[in-house]
Design a protein around this ligand. Structure first.
Ligand code: OKP
Ligand code: MG
Ligand code: ZN
Length: 343
């Protein structure tokens, strides 16, 4: 399988993540992508390509123009306001208040976000753009006939809504890929999110549509991030009713249990008969992940890849989470190898 990777990911190198009342070194750090790339090379998974430039048009098919413009100038606005640290949202429109875009940068940061762990600094915009280009280049490879392609995206994307960032995500790479397939004439697309966390952004972007099926397996949002979306009674709305599927699991869930949800997901995908599959691949389901609570082991990722291959669909992988940096290279590449080795 071919991998798409951009060295520009390293431009996202924030020094802070608000966690437990402290500003810690972010979990979502540059070494994540480098470790995965190193494993791709070590295992000779396949050719490694730099992304092509697709511009903002395919991004704006999923994100609003005002949100994209905000991300572009956010850091400059923050500096111009004389702020001493990194840009961190700290105020939101609570219940009973107005969702109105203020002029002040603190208000704008809150308007365009849903959480405070995701700091912004110099280079975040460039890295987020590169990450979307990585995903779109992987999509192009598959549209041109590759069976599958690995978009080694960083920063991740699946928490980003049409006009809201959070959970380390700015542009929803999986959603951008799904929409790109649609715009190229693929009639139906499925997005399967196997990251430990709910793919809230992807769900929200396609919630009222029946041309993109969204499925996510994840830790129970009653217990973990993103807390306010991802429950099993969220099944879609309007034309999209029945085209969103959430499967939630408790702490210590092993592959033997999680994979039953995966089977359900695969059956739903087969019934849907999509023309392409996008896999939002997080490996934070790993037993040693520092911020998650499932118990998958490294060999499970080979099995996962093999199961996805048996769907027999043109498949784009977008890299999402995974924070046990020592293991994410092996685990992510195991998915690709399990896929490649399965007819
Ligand atoms: C991004 B992705 C840790 C809280 C974690 C943010 C999690 C974002 C996960 N104390 N909050 O889905 O891997
Ligand atoms: Mg998920
Ligand atoms: Zn995650």
């Amino acid at each position: 399988m071919k991998t798409v990777f951009s060295p520009l990911h390293s431009r996202r190198d924030v020094k802070t993540e608000l966690d437990g009342g402290l500003l810690i070194e972010p979990h979502e750090k540059p070494s994540r992508a480098e470790t995965i790339l190193a494993r791709v090379k070590e295992q000779a998974l396949g050719e490694i390509l730099e992304p092509e430039e697709y511009g903002l048009e395919p991004v704006k098919r999923v994100h609003t123009a005002d949100y994209v413009a905000f991300l572009k100038t956010c850091w400059q606005e923050w500096l111009a306001a004389g702020k001493p640290g990194e840009a961190i949202p700290a105020v939101w429109a609570g219940r009973g208040m107005r969702h109105r875009l203020p002029r002040d940068i603190d208000g704008r940061l809150g308007y365009y976000s849903f959480a405070a762990e995701t700091s912004i600094s110099d280079g975040t915009w460039e890295a987020a753009r590169a990450s979307a280009n990585v995903a779109l280049t992987a999509q192009k490879l598959v549209a041109k006939g590759e069976r599958a392609a690995f978009g080694l995206c960083r920063p991740p994307g699946h928490h980003a809504h049409a006009d809201v960032f959070g959970g380390y995500c700015f542009f929803n790479n999986a959603a951008i890929v799904a929409q790109a397939f649609r715009d190229q004439g693929y009639g139906k697309v499925a997005v399967l999110d196997v990251d430990f966390h709910h793919g809230n952004g992807t769900q929200a972007i396609f919630y009222d549509r029946n041309d993109v099926l969204t499925i996510s397996l994840h830790g129970d949002p009653d217990l973990v991030f993103p807390h306010f979306l991802g429950f099993e009674d969220e099944t879609g709305e309007g034309a999209g009713e029945g085209y969103n599927l959430n499967m939630v699991y408790p702490p210590n869930t092993p592959y033997s249990v999680w994979s039953q949800g995966l089977e359900n997901a695969c059956e739903r995908i087969q019934t849907f008969k999509p023309d392409a599959l996008v896999v939002a691949l997080g490996v934070d389901t790993f037993e040693e992940d520092p911020i998650s609570f499932f118990k998958l082991i490294s060999s499970d990722y080979l099995t996962l890849g093999a199961r996805l291959a048996r769907l027999g669909l043109p498949t784009v992988f977008t890299m999402e989470g995974g924070y046990d940096v020592d293991a994410i290279g092996v685990n992510a590449v195991n998915v690709m190898q399990g896929f490649d080795r399965t007819a």
